[in-house]
Design a protein around this ligand. Structure first.
Ligand code: ATP
Ligand code: MG
Length: 472
């Protein structure tokens, strides 16, 4: 098979020439080849294998390019990288790898193309296109990757127990590719992942999170989370989620399985946002339900304060997975903490003051919160489904109306502390906070409009009640 059209970008001829200049053969390998055959659109990171030194080849390519781009060399890995137009091009020498028990970092020797293809994770990622002048565009596909692409199968080039045990990150990658490409992991591989699941412990958290994020950003993330659960990996990575599994029954009363519910919510939200953090919020919105679950004869199953407990768990989970503990984490916490608010609203009468409080508390994230809560509607009762969605329409409309009128989204107190101090000739004191709080409450309740004059009048009244003397 000839794939010349895959290599029509002039960069491939330039690499071909550079390889000839230094007397080595070179190939494009991996994701670029795979995605071209799948017609997934241009793959922007290009992997080049040199049968010889990848670093040398990178330097020669840079030399031959008109703008002589900078070459970044990673000596410890024997790789080099350069940027050409909008592409990251990585160069590596073909290698043969052998692994030890306790690390995913192999002992590396120089090798042939075949050696290099053997160390690749999946047959569909091991295909190479020749860049040599006499075989330019020829496909080298020793493991029938093309066939596996056709059959939508994830398969390892070697015995899966070797591939996965050598580098357990590949277990995550298998599931991630299955999710992104909507492929099936072949049975032998799936069993092997189950057998090797514990080895995920030697993988750094950062790399695991990279794969989790890619799963979350897929069109149907549940595919990946179901596979993580089935293979037993999820228990090691996100035990907070596996704890949500199962339905308990006491005295004939049951609750929904919050694990499957969560996955439905994540799939729902994937249709409405590309924001990975909002998708994280969907994934974690119910984690507080496991530790708060209780049964009482009077009210049946409850998950009292699960939103609060869940938001605290978000911090621990982010910390454990070495995820950023910055405003993104706080955003996820806030979404989890507020995740029931609009639902409660939509279940009965939507009052202006309830909407005003919602906007006040959610601030700039009120739209994200609405997206989360709409995704949270997974009831199988069509009547209820319709009712909730309709009520959310009302909530959204009210949000717009109330916000246009009262501007509480980025609430600034209409009367400042200084103004209160001046009005009553006060030093900093408790009364100032009390007056400010009472004014805010009056605005949120709708007793006064969010305007200076009304707030000032109320301030005078409140001061009087507190026994303060106005200065004028
Ligand atoms: P994508 O860029 O969409 O994540 P990709 O296949 O290009 O997909 P990369 O992580 O960019 O994945 O890796 C490039 C290539 O390197 C892969 O196609 C594969 O051949 C090889 N590779 C990457 N990681 C591993 C690994 N852990 N074990 C074996 N081979 C790997
Ligand atoms: Mg890639």
């Amino acid at each position: 098979m000839n794939y010349k059209e895959a290599l029509k970008n002039p960069i491939f001829k330039i690499i071909s020439q550079a390889a000839k200049d230094i007397g080595v053969d070179s190939y494009v390998i991996g994701g670029f080849v795979r995605d071209h055959i799948l017609e997934r659109g241009e793959h922007k990171d290009i992997d080049i294998v040199a049968i010889g030194s990848g670093i040398k080849l990178a330097k020669q390519v840079a030399k031959n390019l008109p703008n002589s781009p900078k070459v970044q060399v990673f000596k410890t890995y024997g790789t080099a990288m350069l940027v050409y137009e909008d592409m990251d091009i990585e160069f590596v020498g073909a290698r043969k790898e052998s692994y030890t028990q306790d690390s995913r970092n192999p002992i590396v020797e120089n090798g042939s193309l075949q050696d290099d293809q053997n160390r690749r994770d999946f047959t569909i990622n091991a295909m190479a296109l020749s860049l040599s002048a006499d075989s330019f565009g020829n496909l080298l596909d020793p493991f029938n990757g093309v066939e596996d692409l056709e059959h939508k199968i994830i398969r390892t080039p070697l015995d899966p127990d070797i591939t996965y045990s050598d580098d357990p990150l590949r277990m995550m990658r298998a599931i991630r590719f299955a999710t992104q490409l909507n492929f099936t992991i072949e049975a032998a591989s799936l069993e092997s992942i189950f057998r090797n699941k514990e080895r995920i412990k030697i993988i750094t958290k950062e790399r695991i999170v990279v794969e989790l994020n890619k799963i979350l950003l897929s069109e149907t993330p549940s595919v990946g989370f179901l596979l993580l659960e089935k293979t037993g990996l999820l228990e090691f990575i996100l035990p907070e989620l596996t704890a949500l599994k199962g339905i308990d029954e006491v005295e004939g009363q049951t609750h929904k399985d919050n694990f499957y519910h969560t996955l439905e919510v994540v799939d729902n939200i994937a249709k409405n946002t590309e924001d990975v953090w909002l998708r994280w919020a969907a994934l974690l919105h119910d984690i507080g339900k496991a530790p708060t679950k209780k049964f009482s004869k009077k009210v049946g199953w409850t998950f009292h304060a699960h939103e609060f407990v869940g938001s605290k768990m978000v911090y621990k989970l982010f910390k454990r997975l070495k995820m950023p503990l910055n405003e993104k984490m706080k955003f996820v916490q806030k979404m989890v903490f507020m995740s029931s608010r609009p639902i409660v609203l939509a279940q009965d009468m939507v009052t202006d003051s309830a909407v005003r409080r919602l906007i006040f508390d959610a601030g700039e994230y009120v739209e994200d919160l609405m997206i989360l809560c709409e995704a949270d509607i997974t009831t199988k009762n069509p009547k209820r489904f319709k009712k909730y969605h309709k009520n959310f329409q009302v909530v959204r409309q009210k949000i717009d109306e109330v916000e246009a009128r009262d501007h509480v989204r980025n609430f600034q107190p209409p009367v400042s502390g200084e103004e209160i101090m001046e009005a009553f000739d006060l030093k900093p004191s408790r009364e100032i906070g009390q007056i400010k709080e009472a004014i805010k409450e009056a605005i949120l309740e709708g007793d006064i409009p969010n305007e200076h004059e009304a707030a000032h009048q109320l301030m005078l009244k409140l001061g009087e009640k507190l026994g303060l003397k106005a200065t004028l």
